[in-house]
Design a protein around this ligand. Sequence first.
Ligand SMILES: [Fe+2]
Length: 418
Amino acid sequence: MGAFGRRAPWPATEGSAPWQEAVPRSPQLPPKTWGSTLESTVLVGHRCLVRPRVDAMSNHVEVTMSLRSPSRGKLITLLLAAALTAALPAAAQQQRVLRLISDRTDQGTLRPILDAFEQASGAKVEGVFMDQGLVNRLESRPTEADVVITKDAELMEIAAERGLLARLESPRIKAAVPAQFVGTNDMFYVDAYRARVIFYSRERVKPSELSTYADLASPKWKGRICIRSGSHDYNLALFGQFIASYGEDEARRVIGGIAANLARKPQGNDREQARGIHEGKCDVALMNTYYHPLMQGNPAQKAWADSVGVFFPDQAGKGTFIMRSAVGVTKAKGNRDLALQLAEFMVSREAQELMVNRTRQYSVLPDVPVHPQMVSLGAEQGLTDGRFKMDFVPLAALAGKREVAIRLVDSVGFDSGF
Ligand SMILES: [Fe+2]
């Protein structure tokens, strides 16, 4: 775990907590990382140095001073009193700290956006990274943070259900974000999304052989599929959408069929599956869209990207499933105006373009173009401009589906049956 900031960047690891980590109500809390102390210097005349120290958590302002001419103490005391009266509110205002909690693990993903917000608002954004147990942390320390940013909007839905979020009362957000990306009762909104699709071997698979998620359960793929753990957050989010869209019986059949067609025991992160295809261990894999351009930009992984194509399933049917990231505001009241400002900023064109450029996700703003590296994805199957048909499952419809997905993954022996 690392605090936000340039000196302590987030780990560049991929992935997030298994769902099970987020559900229990008996959290294991990692060490606390809040509470930076800010300091500024105010010169009073040319004789006295005043350093207000502002504790970021309590907004308590403590002033220390050193006098260089004690013989003129009375005059200086008067000057000081006047200077403090004028200077403290300004100093305190300049040094407002917005507290953020997030499970984003991609190094540097948010920092450029937060930097831009700091510049625009004059505030400082500090916070904590939670790889696991984001909802539990919110539940045990509901006012610790002002803003929550998560790469998994379903966690936000749970947080809202547990009464941990405040309503986003912002006409600006309402005007900017399409209604389908606004969470239940305006408690949060989706700020970006990606698709979970089929990556296939350019050498051994023709796009015309691919069609739907359900087709991956057919015998023709026996021993040819690579995938990460079925209980990883990404797959649970996908399988939860199978259940919501297809019904539990069909979802069980498809999940069980994919498990029966695996080329190897589920392992590694998403990129490892592309590597598996590149090394000939399997022919198809389920992965998130942004990994294709991200691997292309990594010299060690470029060959993996070059050997795979990206196929958007179900384009002739209900559509491809997406994974959503989201922004919400906690019930902490001290910085509510600033929290709302950041929530509004996250959906500004500037922040959305930064998000698209940093993460290769898709913006929720219709007029923010798909990243140039994403435009050609799906071209082999006739898609243009990187746009695709999505099977949009409302987050509210996913309530309780992950628990069912976990049960299905266990019952078909997804991770252990190979
Ligand atoms: Fe990822």
